[in-house]
Ligand binder design. Structure first.
Ligand SMILES: [Fe+2]
Length: 124
């Protein structure tokens, strides 16, 4: 029986079928590499080149944070629910961090599952 982590499509997944869908399913993250402690900054997550119809679209985007030095991770940051055809397949969150770590973005396509990407953020 597969663990849930095995059915999340991360950039490292080698499966041929997953690779064929990677380009237009992997959430892209735009965020600064370095931020000031306690100062809000934008994190934009979007999916490029994917259909946006009632039959086939991304339905939500979630953001989590892996905080360096914390015993239990991740920390849930935010979730955006998307309505096919009306909502563009993107969301911008404003985030405040006090410690460095990794921001994870998850996005769910109703036909092709949960896709993941991540970026490291240094807090100065
Ligand atoms: Fe899809």
């Amino acid at each position: 029986m597969k663990k849930f982590s095995e059915v999340i499509y991360s950039p490292e997944v080698e499966d041929k079928l997953v690779i064929s869908k990677r380009e237009n399913h992997t959430p892209r993250i735009e965020a600064p590499k370095e931020v000031k402690s306690g100062e809000a900054f934008p994190v934009k997550v979007y999916i490029q080149g994917h259909p946006n119809t009632v039959q086939h679209s991304f339905r939500w985007i979630e953001l989590y944070f892996y905080e360096m030095g914390r015993d239990f991770n991740p920390i849930f940051i935010a979730r955006a629910e998307l309505t096919p055809e009306i909502s563009e397949q993107e969301a911008t969150f404003r985030v405040k961090l006090n410690k460095s770590g990794i921001i994870y973005a998850f996005a769910y396509c109703n036909l092709h599952g949960v896709w993941e990407n991540r970026t490291e953020i240094k807090v100065i």
